[in-house]
Design a protein around this ligand. Structure first.
Ligand code: FMN
Length: 342
């Protein structure tokens, strides 16, 4: 019997990056079942192109572009950087004056983008327009019931986002060890596991629980090509799994963020005001902070989304190095470690 080998990411020595066919690689026409989720002020053309060029699916964050015209330009820029498929994220948020969603969809259609990642509210209203234009839709959900709804309204796939995830985990607090097998038991359409994904171990575990791939947010920020300030990447590498906090729970808009002085202040306000808390009370800590953090590198400027997976991130590779490493580690685990138990 082969001797036991610890499966650290530094312990892999395969020369070729293996291909892996799943329902997700087939659906989106990509080489590896790895998606980069939309991320505000991170998902620019540089990020999406780097992930797609590495064989995954890169995603431009639609609403980071302030107007549909700017999104059209960003899509055109991404086309210059990659000939591979990439997608656009459309996040549907409750807003007094909603963004010009028809305009954004027009930019997507005219830009020839064939994949949209929807998130936030139910995308039902926009499905006919997306489907008429031959766009494949992957909806990000934090519960089995929302995943089933997505399937019912005609989404092609879902991204099942567990409690670990960076950003908005919803209000159910179900971690992926439970959520993924539950989703597998109920869904017919393919899904990717999202939240807490970092390496080949994450990919193999997700496949074992019924997913057809993984979606990563936080891990992709700590890459060479991520178009964010170096301070953000350093903060991710320095943080441990104990360093995220949940904010805005009293507003039923829970967000997982990296702790900093602004987050501590925000949590103090939540504690002091209890159920009386209003969005206005915390506006300073949450509104308009992304450019300050991501572009200027002012790490105390406010609350920014970040997953518990920071505890597993210790370096800043290129997207290709990261994706190749995940695929090689996954193959190594499947063909060596797991075979041994049979
Ligand atoms: C900085 C940051 C910004 C994000 N912004 C968005 C967004 O605008 N829209 C969206 O649908 N998801 C957003 N997300 C969520 C990611 O797409 C993804 O679902 C999540 O990061 C997965 O969890 P992980 O960070 O543990 O990989 C964001 C995540 C991060 C870390």
């Amino acid at each position: 019997m082969a001797s036991f080998r610890p499966h650290s990411i530094h312990d892999i020595n395969l020369t070729e990056t293996p291909d892996m066919k799943t329902r997700i690689t087939e659906l989106f026409g990509i080489q590896h079942p790895i998606i980069q989720g939309g991320m505000h002020y991170v998902g620019f053309a540089e990020m999406a192109a780097a992930v797609s060029n590495a064989g995954g699916l890169g995603i431009i964050t639609g609403l980071t572009q302030r107007t549909p015209e700017l999104l059209a330009k960003e899509i055109a820029r991404c086309r210059q950087m990659t000939s591979k498929p990439f997608g656009v994220n459309l996040t549907f948020l409750p807003a007094l004056t909603p963004p010009d969603y028809p305009g954004y969809i027009k930019a997507i259609v005219e830009g020839g983008v064939k994949i949209v990642e929807t998130a936030g509210n139910n995308p039902q209203k926009w499905m006919p327009l997306l489907k008429e234009n031959g766009i494949k839709v992957i909806h990000k959900c934090t519960s089995v019931r929302h995943s089933l709804k997505a399937e019912q309204i005609g989404c092609d796939a879902v991204s099942v986002d567990g409690f670990e995830c960076g950003g908005h985990p919803g209000e159910d607090d179900i971690p992926n060890m439970i959520l993924l097998p539950r989703a597998a038991d109920e869904l017919k359409i393919p899904f990717v596991a999202s939240g807490g994904m970092a390496d080949g171990r994450s990919l193999v575990a997700s496949l074992a629980m019924g997913a057809d791939g993984i979606n990563m947010g936080t891990r992709f920020i700590a890459t060479k090509e991520a178009p964010v300030h170096e301070n953000v990447k350093k903060a991710i590498v320095a943080a441990s799994e104990l360093d995220t906090r949940l904010v805005m729970r009293p507003l039923r808009n829970t967000e997982r963020v990296l702790k900093n002085a602004a987050v501590e202040r925000l949590l103090e306000k939540e504690k002091a005001l209890g159920p009386k808390l209003q969005f206005q009370d915390i506006i300073e800590e949450v509104a308009g902070v992304y450019p300050k953090i991501m572009t200027d590198g002012d790490m105390e400027a406010g609350a920014w989304s970040c997953g518990m997976v920071v505890g597993l991130i210790n370096d800043i590779p290129t997207c290709k190095e990261l994706i190749d490493r995940i695929m090689k580690q996954a193959e190594d685990i499947i063909s060596n470690r797991l075979q041994r138990f049979l």
